[in-house]
Design a protein around this ligand. Structure first.
Ligand code: NAP
Length: 430
């Protein structure tokens, strides 16, 4: 029997398990520190994007196969160490994603009211780590830093009416706070220009269909229309949306302004964030941004940096600090230790990008471990956890938690998520 442990039950973890479980004589344990599976699908993908979240049904199919087991509420690092796992299993895969915000390294970034997207997204998605965030929504201005899809998610969630959350699984605390929000001006700050955005067309197009909010683009920021021909098709579509926003400004009570060539250089305020100081930029021949010295202030009581994520390092595991991911040779970190998904390649690509990634790492592992080395594997982990009085949450337990979340949902919502580990465990009588 061959034994594989996958740390992290998000897309990269389950796509890896999906490939591995097709092999003979293999037992796969998917370990997660939360009592609930699916990682980014549950706590990262926007609550109003239920069609993307539906991919979890596929992971459920993998989780329910005989040779795959969910080991929930077990923290690798404290309940069990990486070294112990490497000793127990033929292969250990780090599918831990990139849950930490890349730091916003400017003066005033530590003021109350400055929040990273991991925290803000975790808050509206009910991640237990961020349920108590209470982002200040009492001022009309919000600055969203970054020109990627996360910036779009954040701006859209801030702009929506309670009715527009119908059918979503946004959690009650966020739904209520947003319903009483004073936010009227959302400024998306991009340090480069419209041709350098990292926003995909579908997500950008959504901003044009909001009930009470309208996107605005300054036509002067757009390059000559002829220049769009050199863009790849997806980017061209995204830029076409920006052109439409610029050509058809619509007057609605909430504005979402795209501020290009705008680099935040400081955050100021008396005891809390009140404004971002922004420096105008210009691009060099390599399309890198440089400050021009011209600055201006954007009033904002809430500032959300959406500038990318990083994987937290684990002592003893090689790490690339510059890129915020584990150091690996195409996924091989050390003998018996692998990385997959964002933990391997950094925070880029869509959920689907993890599918070929998981398949490749799965095949690599099958090749590397051969028939297995007769390790203790699953029974070994069970004995170790039992000796520490740790009772993992099983997939069957998770389904009871899920049933309780579905049963608690009102008004056509798919589920009302538990937002604390205690409440999740209480649902299974612990
Ligand atoms: P991202 O796509 O890498 O975008 C990060 C943005 O932050 C870029 O515009 C970048 O600008 C900017 N930035 C970085 N450092 C900065 C700094 N110090 N100051 C100002 N701006 C800075 O990251 P993301 O938005 O977090 O998304 C992560 C991944 O998840 C992406 O692959 C994204 O497509 C995916 N995602 C997909 C969906 C969806 O499909 N619906 C939703 C959410 C996320 P430069 O280009 O100048 O570096």
């Amino acid at each position: 029997m061959r034994h594989v442990a996958i740390v992290g039950s998000g897309p990269a973890g389950y796509y890896t398990a999906e490939t591995l479980q097709k092999a003979d004589d293999i037992a796969i344990d998917v370990i997660d520190r939360l009592p609930v599976p699916y990682g980014l699908i549950r706590t990262g993908v926007a609550p109003d994007h239920q069609s993307i979240k539906a991919v979890s049904r596929r992971y459920e199919g993998t989780a329910l196969t005989d040779n795959v087991r969910f080991v929930g509420h077990v923290s690798v690092g404290s309940d069990v160490t990486i070294d112990e796992l490497v000793g127990l299993y033929d292969a250990v895969v780090l599918a831990t994603g990139a849950p930490n915000d890349r730091p916003l390294d400017i003066a005033g970034a530590d003021l109350p009211g400055v929040i990273g997207s991991a925290a803000f997204v975790g808050w509206y998605n009910g991640h237990p780590d961020f349920a108590d965030l209470t982002p200040p929504l009492d001022a009309p201005g919000v600055a969203v830093i970054g020109n990627g899809n996360v910036a779009l998610d954040v701006a859209r969630i801030l702009a929506k009416t309670p009715q527009e959350f119908g059918g979503s699984d946004i959690v009650a605390h966020a739904r209520d706070a947003l319903a009483h929000s004073a936010v009227r001006h959302i400024q998306i700050l991009g340090r480069r220009g419209p041709h350098q955005i990292a926003m995909t067309p579908k997500e950008l197009g959504e901003l044009g269909h909001l009930e009470r909010a309208s996107p605005r683009v300054d036509p002067a920021d757009l390059p000559d229309a002829g220049d769009d021909a050199m863009l790849e098709p997806g980017m061209r579509k995204s830029v076409t949306h920006l052109r439409q926003f610029a050509a058809n400004p619509v007057a609605k009570p909430v504005t979402i302004d795209f501020d290009f060539f705008a680099m935040p250089v400081a955050i100021e305020g008396d005891g809390r964030a009140e404004r971002v100081i922004v420096e105008r930029t210009r691009l060099d021949a390599d399309l890198r941004s440089h400050g021009t010295g011209e600055t201006y202030a954007v009033d904002a009581g809430l500032i959300i940096s959406c500038i990318g994520y990083q994987t937290p390092p684990i002592p003893g595991v090689p790490y690339e600090h510059g890129r915020g991911r584990f150091a690996s040779d195409e996924g091989r970190i050390l003998p018996g230790l692998y990385a997959v998904g964002w933990a391997r390649r950094g925070p880029s690509g869509t959920i689907g990008t993890n599918k070929p990634d998981g398949a490749r790492i799965g095949e690599m592992i099958l090749e590397d471990i051969g028939r297995g080395a007769g390790r203790a594997g699953r029974p070994g982990l069970d004995a170790l956890l039992a000796s520490r009085n740790i009772a993992p949450v099983t997939f069957r337990d998770w389904r009871r938690i899920e049933e309780a979340e579905v049963a608690a949902a009102l008004d056509g919502r798919p589920r009302e998520k538990f937002t604390s580990i205690e409440a999740m465990l209480a649902a299974i009588g612990r």
